[in-house]
Design a protein around this ligand. Structure first.
Ligand code: CO8
Length: 263
């Protein structure tokens, strides 16, 4: 039996990363976070062609990830807590910096570090069973894997404050209503199929343009609009030096589908 806490599989250019600690509702301990960091620091593994998108999910129906591991944290010193927070923050940042889109697929609990991990994905799909929340203040903690930094970008500062100060949990419908979740599905299978279909749709577009738009959006969040426009302008300029842009525009003018070279 594998003692790894991540399950990896790839199909047709989509890498599925599954956090697999079902006995602890997939809670993020140091081992999971270290495995995630190692995975995301290297080239994404593939049994076939290049990976064009990532699905991030949790094993089973009960939980995406029920938070950072409370047992491990309960005995940490401030230095250890800081190092643990830094590891979680590094993992979320690596996810955001991937040049390919990432969809978090959430069934069951996405609490604390689980909600924070999902928010590092480009967007979130959920099943009706999903439960989101930042319950850290109930434990004498605060969100430490980017919840204070990111939740307000997803749902606005009012909702972020209410969710973080109360520690209240919300269901999938509420999460969708406030903009945390893009789509809600009846079953896990439907959710994963739809995420793969969305990634396949994105894979028909220029990979360079998708990567540039991802980094321009990421770089713009939280900045004044003039700075964000400067980031966008620089990324826009770079498209003019790509084969993808020449091919995309030529294909449009020739009334044929594009065949992007990916550079
Ligand atoms: N850490 C460790 N173990 C966990 C966690 C967790 N976050 N969540 C669940 N488990 C374990 C339980 O201890 C239990 O183990 P055992 O069977 O050995 O007793 C097993 O998973 C099943 O859990 P329950 O029996 O509690 O299942 P229930 O269905 O009764 O309840 C809940 C499910 C509601 C999800 C409940 O387990 C729960 O409240 N879990 C904790 C949720 C939470 O508070 N998460 C936030 C944690 S704090 C955090 O994420 C901080 C992130 C930033 C860190 C920054 C560091 C500096």
């Amino acid at each position: 039996m594998s003692d790894k806490t991540l399950l990896l599989s790839d199909d047709d250019g989509v890498l599925t990363v599954t956090v697999n600690r079902p006995n602890a509702l997939n809670a993020l301990n140091e081992q999971v976070l270290t495995e995630l960091r190692t995975l995301l620091e290297g080239p994404l593994p593939s049994t076939g062609g290049a990976i064009r998108g990532v699905i991030l999910t949790g094993a089973g129906e009960r939980a995406f990830v029920a938070g950072a591991d409370i047992k491990e944290m309960s005995v940490m010193t401030p230095d250890e807590g800081e190092a643990f927070g830094a590891l979680g923050q590094r993992v979320t940042r690596l996810l955001e910096e991937l040049p390919v889109p990432v969809i978090a697929c959430v069934s069951g609990y996405a609490l604390g570090g689980g909600c924070e991990l999902a928010m590092a994905a480009d967007f979130i799909y959920a099943t009706g069973s999903a439960v989101f929340g930042q319950p850290e203040v109930s434990l004498g903690l605060i969100p430490g894997f980017g919840g204070c930094a990111r939740l307000h970008h997803r749902v606005g500062p009012g909702w972020a404050r209410e969710l973080i100060y109360t520690g209240r949990k919300i269901d999938a419908a509420e999460a969708r209503r406030i903009g945390l979740v893009n789509r809600v599905f009846d079953t896990r299978e439907e959710m994963l199929d739809s995420a793969a279909a969305t990634l396949a749709e994105i894979a028909t577009r220029s990979p360079v343009a998708v990567a540039l738009s991802k980094s321009a959006i990421d770089g713009s969040i939280g900045r004044p609009v003039t700075d964000a426009l400067a980031i966008e302008k620089a990324a826009f300029r770079r498209t003019f030096a790509t084969g993808d842009m020449r091919e995309g525009t030529a294909a449009f003018l020739a009334k044929r589908p594009p065949s992007f070279p990916g550079h």
